[in-house]
Design a protein around this ligand. Sequence first.
Ligand SMILES: N[C@@H](CCC(=O)N[C@@H](CS)C(=O)NCC(=O)O)C(=O)O
Length: 139
Amino acid sequence: MADPASLSESGLPPCLDISKSCVLYTQWRSSSSMRVRISLEFKRLCPSVHTIDLDNIPEGYKVLNPSLSVPSFVVDGVLMTQSLAISEYLEDRWPDRGLGRLLPERADQRAAVRAVCCSVDTAGAESSDTTCSKAPSFA
Ligand SMILES: N[C@@H](CCC(=O)N[C@@H](CS)C(=O)NCC(=O)O)C(=O)O
């Protein structure tokens, strides 16, 4: 937990600029991308952020991530995919940053959190109305 003396005017710990080494590729209607954005916000980390239009994916992104999905997180040129894996990477690399831990200390409690994450992930994969490309467009 952050030392109260280190909080900014907003009451939140200050952001750490990681934009030189970390890039997030995201999409506003992507629940998986939202998961990573929440983890980054929780850790108060600010990567470089690029929005990918999933209906018109740029050629460069197709080369970067041939699965053509978001989120992608690139650290020092190394591609990471899968929102849960990216969130656990953030936890492993910056365990005590920002608002604290994403995962509890106790092994049984970590298992419980991971079980919830897996069930949300599975529910998303099995539900057709969470397919991002089928979400309504308001443009
Ligand atoms: N299990 C993956 C799911 C990634 C995924 O399916 N992302 C969706 C957006 S939520 C996507 O990019 N779909 C491609 C499309 O809609 O064209 C994760 O958690 O990152």
